[in-house]
Structure formats: C-alpha cells, structure tokens
Design a protein around this ligand. Structure first.
Ligand SMILES: CC(C)(COP(=O)(O)OP(=O)(O)OC[C@H]1O[C@@H](n2cnc3c(N)ncnc32)[C@H](O)[C@@H]1OP(=O)(O)O)[C@@H](O)C(=O)NCCC(=O)NCCS
Length: 191
C-alpha cells in the first residue's frame, strides 16, 4: 500500500471511492436515506484540503482505495460543493485542527488504512502547531477514532438536503484546559 498526498488528478477517483465506501461500510449504522442524503454534500471531496497539502490517499496497483486528512481551516466537514466563499484558516494556538473525510474501499476495510492515514494526519496537524484535534465523526468512524483515544464531546444531527437527519459525534483529543498537557495528552503518533 502506498500513501501519498492527494492531487487534483485524484479527484475523479475520490468521487468514486467516497460514495462506494459510504454505501457499503455505513449500512449497519445509517439508513439508505441518510447515506444517499449525505453523499455529495456531507460525504465528498474538499479540494481546499488538496490545495493545502493536508489530504492523503492510499493506493495500490494504481487504485485509490482510501483517503482522509486533516484541516487547518474553519469548515467542520463535507465537500466543497456548498461553499462559495474562501474557507478561513484556524489559529493553532486557540483552535483545534479537524480530521476530515476518511473513506476506505470496502474490499480494503479493516486492514489498517484508516489507522495509517490517521497517523499521518495527526503528525501533520501536530507539525503545524495544533495541540488539539477534533472530528465530526460518523457512527462507523467513531470505532476508528476511539481506538486513537478521541472522546465524545457531543452528539448531534446534521440535516441533509433530502430532509433526512444524520446522527454524528463531535470527538476531541486534547487535555482539558488548565491540565498538565504532557501528563494528560494522548501521544500523537508520527510517521
Ligand atoms: C471508518 C473507516 C475509515 C475505518 O477504516 P479502516 O481502514 O477499515 O480502519 P482500520 O483497519 O485502520 O482500523 C483501525 C482500528 O479502528 C477500529 N475499527 C475500525 N473499523 C472498525 C469496525 N468496523 N469495527 C470495530 N472496530 C473498528 C479498530 O480498533 C481497528 O483496529 P484493529 O483492526 O486492529 O482492531 C472505514 O470503516 C470507512 O471508510 N467507513 C465508511 C466511511 C466513514 O464513515 N468514514 C468515517 C468518516 S468520519
């Protein structure tokens, strides 16, 4: 498996991978209406992350079989389709980096691709000066992030374009304010 930064040339492959991953790997947690309502908007490519050099792909034999990354920008989740204005930067001193858009091909699930891309993403966010990371996690995504010591902050519903409501969980990895960060922060894994 080869891991590298995504380029704009990968967008067509990502636009195939993301719906395929959602439609196969989310069926235990979401209804068809929820998945279809999210595909293209909540589940989609955000080219800003590719421009920023913060979005990774996993490929094997020329096939893109996994993706995911991190963001230093304000947007919490979703494709760039709904956004018409620039996405402002976050301040690493006061704001968390966001983990974004993890999708693995169903044939390659549970082989460590999500784990590897999350390690790369955490290392990137840490190197950029962020000491707190958050995720708006899908219900299947929670299983991966819990394994990396992210904790629940809140559950809420995203209202989708087709009217369905999708439950998601905001998760966070950081020491509580005022605590000794070196003692409490889970170690961020590097390359
Ligand atoms: C969530 C997702 C990205 C995980 O990717 P993956 O490559 O299959 O995950 P990994 O193989 O790296 O798993 C790493 C760890 O996460 C946990 N985990 C991942 N998937 C799990 C599952 N289905 N059930 C239980 N634990 C799971 C396990 O602890 C696993 O370690 P282990 O295999 O050694 O037990 C993948 O299932 C997916 O694409 N889901 C559909 C899209 C989606 O909802 N993405 C999340 C967006 S927030």
């Amino acid at each position: 498996m080869n891991y590298r930064l995504a380029t704009l040339a990968d967008v067509p492959a990502l636009e195939e991978l993301i719906p395929l991953s959602a439609r196969k790997l989310q069926t235990e947690h979401y209804t068809a209406a929820q998945i279809e309502g999210a595909v293209g908007t909540v589940f989609g490519v955000d080219r800003q992350l590719i421009h920023d050099g913060t979005f990774f792909i996993a490929e094997t034999e020329g096939r893109v079989v996994g993706c995911g990354g991190w963001s230093k920008r304000k947007t919490l989740f979703g494709s760039d389709r709904a956004r018409s204005t620039p996405d402002p930067l976050r301040d690493p001193a006061t704001e968390p980096a966001m983990i974004r858009a993890f999708f693995v091909h169903p044939e390659f699930a549970r082989r460590g691709i999500g784990r590897r891309i999350l390690e790369l993403s955490e290392a990137g966010a840490t190197a950029a000066g962020f000491n707190k990371i958050e995720i708006i996690a899908t219900l299947p995504g929670i299983l991966l992030y819990r394994a990396f010591h992210y904790v629940n902050v809140e559950r809420f519903y995203i209202t989708l374009p087709n009217g369905a409501a999708m439950p998601v969980e905001r998760m966070s990895k950081n020491p509580p304010p005022g605590q000794d960060k070196t003692a409490r922060a889970p170690k961020l894994v590097g390359n």
